[in-house]
Design a protein around this ligand. Structure first.
Ligand SMILES: [Zn+2]
Length: 486
């Protein structure tokens, strides 16, 4: 036990202190699930687990509230395991080392796992409580949220009875979340035609690096550069001055991250080499100036390489440049309903060469289904014009804000009464399990809330300690009000 057990509210932090000692990286939640089942058992609560290992623990309503509507309280068991390279830490067995500084709780060189460990601890604490008033409860603990929401996606269809749900996986005190984006993607596969490398040509390796990247949902409005898009744009412009052949162009490595680096290999005639190099440097210099506030460290490196045996033919080179240049990246539209919410966006996420094809993955997000279909169709059209095959990648549904929600109304009232201020009503341009749960259990009335967590998924992750007390007051207040509700 650490100092964490002495924080307030004690009954919640005691569980979080224990959770810090349990390995629970995504797809490795068994020990964490066992702890939840152990707490359920200890308090005589029924639990069940589906084939995906999601857990539901049921607790009857407190005296007089047994026949009230059931409320579902949802959190996810897994965490993102990230550490600084200079830190010795084995996430499969070492406990997270908590550290307190200026009102915040941190780990030490690793993620803290307050996302979503505080939600899990709150659920356990309410499961164990005999003083908090509430109606019938179902505590839903999902697995593997962080690597693609697969726990929620595989949630058994007979796990839940309740029709109202509080998700505890948003990370901003003072806000209630009422919507999230759905995600979908496309793979564009462009056939590559090769010719043999002409004599008297030079091969150049080109690297565009130092961009900031970020999460393609929550950071897309920051208008950071996409390394693939910018390299394609610079090469496309340079091509107008000096012709060259590509033999490769790759970049990005995750579907949900904005590419930070892109690489190309170019074959240029010996006579054109200097002019091409100069032209590409000029193009990148212009981009560095254009993107300076968002991308202060963008840099280009050009180096001599050994000539490959074969290179893209002229038509393929032009198609690759035109296709990458034409594909959208960034914010497509903003919400009409929720101020400052990105409604639809597109991320040109990865480009690689596989089996004679260039495979481009474009990942799209929207909180409105028809807008999602629209951006998917637009990217498909661009792919088809260029002669690429286009394949849809399975996505997940969004959660469209319902500003008439009953749970939202109650949550707003309790926020005002208990915390003394009106909450901001928001939606997030990233995936939440609510989108998937709402699709599996139609008509589910949902709201999402949480304490103040900053820099999640990174070793800088921190939680404002006092916000946990407010979060717990709000949460238990909502449960009590829902129990009094007819
Ligand atoms: Zn989370």
């Amino acid at each position: 036990m650490t100092f964490v057990s002495d924080l307030e509210p004690k009954e919640l932090w005691l569980h979080f202190d224990k959770i810090l000692t349990i390995p629970r990286g995504s797809k490795n939640e068994k020990a964490m699930a066992d702890y939840v089942l152990e707490v359920a058992d200890k308090h005589g609560l029924k639990s069940k687990q589906d084939a995906a290992s999601n857990i539901v623990v049921s607790k009857p309503g407190t005296a007089g509230n047994e026949s009230k509507p059931t409320t579902i309280l949802q959190s996810h068991l897994d965490m993102v395991n990230e550490k600084n390279t200079d830190v010795e830490h084995d996430f499969t067995k070492d406990p997270i080392k908590p550290r307190q500084e200026q009102g915040y709780l941190y780990a030490t060189g690793t993620t803290l796992g307050s996302d979503n460990g505080i939600g899990v601890a709150a659920a356990l604490s309410i499961m164990a409580s005999n003083s908090i008033e509430h109606g019938p409860m179902e505590f839903l603990f999902t697995v593997d949220e962080e690597t693609g929401l697969t726990g929620a996606s595989n949630l058994g269809s007979d796990m839940l009875q309740g029709k109202q749900l509080i998700n505890m996986d948003t990370e901003e005190e003072g806000s209630l979340y009422v919507g999230c984006a759905g995600g979908a993607g496309l793979n564009l596969k462009l056939p590559l035609n090769y010719i043999s490398t002409p004599a008297d040509s030079k091969a150049l390796g080109i690297k565009l690096q130092g961009l900031r990247g970020g999460h393609s949902g929550v950071d897309i409005h920051l208008q950071r550069g996409n390394a693939v898009k910018l390299l394609a744009r610079a090469l496309n412009a340079a091509y107008k001055n000096s012709k060259f052949h590509l033999t490769g162009l790759t970049g990005g490595n995750m579907h949900n991250a904005i590419p930070r680096e892109a690489f190309a290999t170019v074959i240029v005639s010996s006579a054109e080499k200097d002019a091409f190099t100069q032209s590409l440097h000029d193009q990148i210099k212009a981009l560095q100036a254009e993107f300076k506030p968002a991308e202060p460290d963008m840099n280009l490196a050009i180096s001599d390489e050994n000539s490959p045996h074969k290179i893209f033919d002229e038509a393929t080179t032009q198609k690759v440049l035109n296709l990458l240049n034409a594909l959208p990246h960034g914010v497509i539209s903003m919400s009409y309903d929720i101020p400052d919410l990105v409604e639809t966006s597109s991320n040109l996420a990865t480009v690689k060469i596989d089996n004679g094809e260039m495979v481009i993955h474009v990942s799209n997000r929207s909180s409105v289904d028809s807008a999602m279909a629209g951006i998917q169709e637009r990217v498909t059209s661009i792919g088809l014009i260029s002669g690429a095959k286009v394949e849809e990648v399975e996505g997940y549904p969004g959660w469209k804000p319902d500003l008439d929600s009953h749970v939202l109304k109650i949550s707003k009232e309790v926020h005002q009464d208990v915390l003394g201020k009106e909450p901001a009503i928001k939606a997030v341009h990233a995936g939440l399990e609510c989108g998937i749960i709402g699709e599996k259990y139609p008509g589910m009335d949902m709201v999402s809330l949480g304490p103040q967590i900053e820099f999640p998924h990174s070793p800088d992750e921190r939680i404002r300690i006092e916000s946990v007390e407010d979060f717990y007051k709000l949460l238990t207040g909502i449960l009590q009000r829902l129990a009094k509700d007819d």
